[in-house]
Write a protein that binds this ligand. Structure first.
Ligand SMILES: [Zn+2]
Length: 135
């Protein structure tokens, strides 16, 4: 009982684990797994630095600084996630739609996929341009 109290006292006021910590732990595991095959000193060093930084973050008492780091991570994470989701959405629509850029205003247009030559009116700049859908 006394030991548990001391452990609870130790963890009071510490930052703890967040999404960024989970990411760092997964990155550490991936690097360790890759290092089984590569056997690189640099990879080992990077993995150790990541492990030490993760432990430092978990036990840190400077909560505001850790929250700022987590915010930066979340921003980057959502940008990357949005980028890949956009590609996946684009790929899933490729059978029904074709994507073209307007030559005048560079707007990205999603047009129904129909074979042949077409004249398209851009909804943004209202200028016509010709395009050809091959397949
Ligand atoms: Zn346009």
């Amino acid at each position: 009982m006394n030991f548990m109290y001391k452990v609870a006292q130790f963890f009071q006021g510490r930052y703890g684990i967040d999404k960024f910590c989970y990411f760092l732990i997964i990155l550490y595991c991936v690097l360790c797994f890759a290092n089984i095959f590569v056997r690189s000193f640099i990879l080992t060093l990077i993995a150790v630095i990541i492990a030490v930084y993760t432990i430092f973050r978990v036990f840190s008492r400077n909560i505001s600084a850790r929250q700022k780091e987590a915010e930066i991570f979340e921003g980057v994470y959502y940008k990357i996630k949005y980028f890949f989701m956009n590609i996946a959405r684009h790929m899933s629509q490729l059978r029904v739609y074709c994507f073209h850029k307007c030559p005048h205003c560079k707007a990205k247009l999603r047009l129904p996929r129909k074979k042949g030559k077409h004249t398209v009116c851009c909804p943004r700049c209202n200028k016509d341009f010709k395009m050809r859908v091959l397949f």
